[in-house]
Design a binder for this molecule. Structure first.
Ligand SMILES: NC(=O)c1ccc[n+]([C@@H]2O[C@H](COP(=O)([O-])OP(=O)(O)OC[C@H]3O[C@@H](n4cnc5c(N)ncnc54)[C@H](OP(=O)(O)O)[C@@H]3O)[C@@H](O)[C@H]2O)c1
Length: 245
């Protein structure tokens, strides 16, 4: 599995959806890829059997000690880290007007997974990334981080925090590590494919007249990796939905 001619990428939350599409795209770009999840270990192990240059490491990134283990185990297996894609996130549908439904536990779970995890993983990966050429941290955010929308207020707030952390880390980790974020609009994945009403609403308000796919996001990962002067950017990928007012 270990291949010294290949670069190494970690993609958190990559057993399905956008994370899995990013992992497959990185394989095509000749990376060996560590995919991760907290729960779906059987799916992760089966993907690792299916694809020669994919390894699966189980870790709940909402826990700082498991973030450290994920980085350490990756370095033990592959010797280096070139790209860290912080994709794992949690979200629940909570109507914005239902303030009482947002318990302290909801805030904590969302911020531990969607914000603090990115800090811990970036901090633990930094010494390894810093020795590589074209080292990158790519954070998967959301249009909810910059517009008053999203599955819940804590989720949207977490993505706003992630956007600002992206800019701050880009400034702090330059010139050795580039840090960018991709902010998708609504994307049809296994999780959202049954949300037909949402799909129709977004479609009707999207200038490019289609819904987004996980591959739209994974192609932007390649674009970032191939753009050596790009850092500190939050790249909106929503087919123009945000332009609609
Ligand atoms: N889909 C959209 O419309 C959309 C729109 C904007 C932004 N995004 C962003 O895009 C990213 C991926 O979204 P998605 O829709 O593909 O998500 P998804 O289908 O819910 O998949 C999430 C992945 O993260 C893993 N995960 C969840 N909690 C974790 C934890 N604590 N530690 C490690 N892994 C964990 C999940 O595996 P287990 O649960 O098995 O652990 C799964 O592999 C997220 O950052 C999301 O906020 C999505």
């Amino acid at each position: 599995m270990k291949n010294h001619t290949k670069k190494t990428a970690i993609v958190t939350g990559a057993t399905r959806g956008i994370g899995l599409a990013i992992a497959k795209q990185l394989l095509k770009q000749n990376y060996q890829v560590v995919i991760n999840s907290a729960h779906s270990a059987e799916v992760g192990k089966s993907l690792a059997q299916q694809f020669e240059h994919i390894a699966y490491l189980q870790a709940d990134v909402s826990q700082a000690d498991q973030c450290q283990q994920l980085i350490q185990q990756t370095v033990q297996q592959f010797g280096s880290i070139d790209v860290l894609v912080n994709n794992a996130a949690v979200s629940w549908q909570i109507p914005h007007e239902d303030l009482d439904a947002v318990t302290p536990q909801v805030w904590e779970q969302i911020f531990h997974t969607n914000v603090f995890a990115i800090w811990h993983l970036s901090r633990f990966a930094k010494p390894y990334l810093a020795t590589r050429n074209n080292a990158n941290i790519i954070n998967i955010s959301s249009v909810a981080g910059s517009r008053p929308m999203g599955s819940s207020i804590p989720y949207a707030t977490s993505k706003a925090a992630l956007n600002h952390m992206t800019r701050l880390l880009a400034k702090t980790l330059a010139p050795t590590i580039r840090v960018n974020a991709i902010a998708p609009g609504f994307i049809v994945t296994e999780r959202t494919q049954s949300w037909t009403k949402m799909q129709q609403q977004v479609f009707a308000n999207t200038p490019l007249q289609r819904n987004g796919t996980p591959e739209d996001i994974s192609q932007a990962v390649t674009m970032i990796l191939q753009s050596p002067f790009l850092t500190g950017e939050i790249i909106t990928l929503d087919g123009g939905f945000s332009l609609a007012g």
